[in-house]
Design a protein around this ligand. Structure first.
Ligand code: PXP
Length: 245
């Protein structure tokens, strides 16, 4: 039986973080995205934050139009961000929770609690032709709320799994694995991401229902030591090994 296709999306936010440290245009996220395409990634992910601390508005048309890969734009569920997404029409839009003071996306979106606010935003994005995904914790309540909103995709937050060790990591893995099964049962395509690294990717990649991983900070960091192409190549090798390719 052929094994599943597991896509790898490179989140290039932290190329932009380094660029922004000096206010110029080096290193350019576009160049990283082109290199990543040559290294075999299946998509580019970028998070346009409210404070523009990494990706900026001007990066979006470049990433959308000059890289022949699907662009997955992560945004907070606000009317301002949705208008920007609708203007650029990326292939996919992933709605993520965002707090100004957080270092990174700390938890999943409370879809169940925010459903009334999310409904019109999801509708607007879907009418613009964007594939909408919701970044959520591996939790049946959130999955059911996502299915009720009619989105095609959820992305499961792997942060807690990556930070845990020993028995706690197994518990987190079981939670993600059960949620991936529930997602499939509810008719949702299942992606996963946050915090994944060489030492944590294989058990997540091996979950049959997960078809896409979005990985950023570790790959961009590892690129300093081994090069971006090599870091992507090694991540892909580990994913292939986990999937049985
Ligand atoms: N997926 C989502 C929805 C995210 O918000 C992020 C971080 O921006 C990632 C994946 C990638 O996480 P990391 O940079 O830790 O690999």
């Amino acid at each position: 039986m052929p094994s599943k296709q597991l896509r790898l999306g490179l989140n290039i936010d932290h190329v932009a973080t380094v660029r922004n440290a000096r206010g110029g245009d080096h290193p350019a996220p576009l160049r990283a995205a082109l290199l990543a395409k040559a290294a075999g990634v299946d998509g580019i992910t970028a998070h346009l934050r409210e404070d523009r601390r990494h990706i900026r508005d001007l990066d979006l048309p470049l990433l959308k139009n000059e890289v022949d890969l699907p662009l997955n734009l992560e945004i907070a569920p606000t009317e301002e961000m949705v208008q920007i997404a609708v203007q650029h029409k990326p292939h996919a839009v992933c709605l993520v929770p965002e707090k100004r003071e957080e270092v990174t996306t700390e938890g999943g979106l409370d879809v169940a609690g925010l459903k009334d606010r999310l409904q019109p935003l999801v509708k607007e994005l879907m009418s613009a032709g964007c594939r909408v995904s919701l970044f959520i914790e591996a939790d049946i309540v959130q999955l059911k709320a996502a299915a009720n909103l009619g989105v095609p995709v959820v992305e499961l937050h792997t942060g807690r799994y990556c930070e845990a060790s020993g028995a706690s990591r197994s518990i987190e893995l079981d939670r993600i694995s059960a949620a991936a099964k529930d997602a499939k049962f509810l008719g949702l395509e299942c992606h996963a991401g946050h915090g994944l690294a060489f030492d944590s990717v294989k058990p997540i990649a091996a979950i049959p229902e997960i078809v896409e991983l979005n990985i950023g900070h570790f790959l961009v960091g590892e690129a300093i030591f081994m090069g971006l192409k090599e870091a992507i190549g090694e991540m892909r090798r580990l994913m292939d090994e986990a999937v049985g390719n």
